[in-house]
Design a protein around this ligand. Structure first.
Ligand SMILES: O=c1[nH]cnc2c1ncn2[C@H]1C[C@H](O)[C@@H](CO)O1
Ligand SMILES: [Zn+2]
Length: 384
């Protein structure tokens, strides 16, 4: 079936469709009610609101500043309540549950262990608590009839100097729920090459990493992440659009870097709503994802921070469906792109694509076909 013949997708179909998520921060996806409860339990009195709905609104509005630096300030509140083992287990379990409930079947969730040491936990205890939470969330999801697999990416903060230590931690836990490494935080002034030792170490270990690049800062950051650091994927990478020229007659010219990214099938972890909040894009219609999809970059759809953006995978897809008229075929394309780009072994990625993703979309499409046939039958009868 071609994308011309498939119908507009409903929110209900989007929710049921299997989705794969590569870029989502654990400390950016807490339930507002959980933050309030954990703050009470742990004695954190710095929350700007203590009523869950109001707190959720506060996060969305505070993050909606047009600046990545101000957006990042909101994480001080979520990290403040994620300093004990029990809190980390709970937040991770709820994360997996919430994603599964939204139809996500595969997720790589990232967080920075170095930001969870204030209560006396060691880096290892942080990783083990989060892993325990993910497994618990997977189990609860299964009980509720959902299947999800969650892996962790360990993030090092780019303004700090612990990247090698965190990379070594990621490598130690690679067979215990950790599937890769990342660097995050303010981009301007903190180029990825500051952490070259960590990336070189991971390459020597045949390990995987992605780098937040090309979000608040443009092409030089993407170029460094790929050509100096050797990133497997780009966290955001949305500014690759600055190396693509579209002439008035519609012809498209790719610069050397954009060509490289497309030719090498470098995955772009695009996060549309987050980009609107930090000023990396000014509207869904103007978001580069439309052109990047048309040009067959390896584009993927992601949430970044569900709390700060008031979003979910379904909401991201709904905005794209409404804006670009995407069909189930387009959704499947983005989802297969994400699954191909995941950091788990090839055979496991292939099994997810062939046994979960493709059958899930086939079922949704066949339901639509049968509904059409039924409607056609009724129409024929009533006009006879
Ligand atoms: O979109 C982002 N860009 C850069 N850094 C980010 C983004 N979203 C979250 N972070 C930071 C704040 C978190 O505390 C940290 C680890 O998840 O990663
Ligand atoms: Zn991010």
């Amino acid at each position: 079936m071609t994308s011309q013949t498939t119908p507009a997708v409903t929110l209900e179909q989007i929710r049921r469709a299997p989705k794969a998520l590569l870029h989502d921060h654990l400390d950016g996806g807490l339930r507002p009610g959980t933050i309030v409860e954990l703050a009470r339990e742990t004695g954190y009195d710095g929350l700007p609101e203590t009523e869950p709905d109001k707190l959720g609104t506060w996060f969305r509005e505070a993050a909606d500043s047009g600046s990545l630096e101000r957006y990042l300030e909101t994480f001080s509140h979520t990290c403040a309540v994620m300093q004990t083992r029990d809190a980390l287990v709970r937040v991770a379990a709820e994360c997996a549950e919430d994603l599964a409930e939204d139809g996500v079947v595969y997720a790589e969730i990232r967080y920075a262990p170095e930001q969870h040491l204030e209560g006396g936990l060691t880096l290892e205890q942080v990783v083990e608590a989060v892993d325990e939470g993910f497994r618990e969330g997977e189990r609860r999801a299964r009980e509720n009839g959902h299947r999800i697999r969650v892996g962790a990416l360990l993030t090092a903060m780019r303004h700090a100097a612990r990247a090698l230590e965190i990379a070594e931690l990621a490598n130690r836990y690679r067979d215990h729920g950790v599937v890769g490494f990342d660097i995050a935080g303010a981009e301007a002034g903190y180029p990825p090459t500051r952490h070259l030792d960590a990336f070189e170490y991971l390459k020597r270990e045949n390990n995987h990493f992605t780098i937040h690049a090309g979000e608040a800062f443009g092409l030089p950051s993407i170029w460094q992440a790929l050509q100096w650091c050797g990133a497997d994927r780009l966290g955001h990478g949305v500014r690759i659009i600055d190396d693509i020229e579209v002439a008035d007659d519609g012809t498209v010219q790719l610069g050397r870097l954009a060509s490289y990214v497309r030719d090498k099938r470098i995955p772009l972890e695009l996060c549309p709503t987050s980009n609107l909040q930090t000023g990396a894009a000014d509207s869904y219609a103007g978001h580069p994802i439309g052109l990047l999809r048309k040009l067959h970059f390896r584009a993927t759809v992601n949430t970044d921070n569900r709390l700060m953006s008031g979003t979910s995978m379904s909401r991201e897809f709904k905005e794209l469906v409404d804006t670009f008229g995407y069909t189930l075929d387009d959704m499947q394309w983005f989802t297969v792109n994400a699954m191909k780009s995941a950091f788990i072994p090839f055979d496991e990625r292939l099994a997810m694509i062939n046994d979960v993703i493709k059958p899930g979309y086939a079922e949704l499409k066949s339901e639509w076909l049968f509904r059409q046939t039924a409607a056609g039958g009724d129409l024929a009868e009533s006009s006879a």
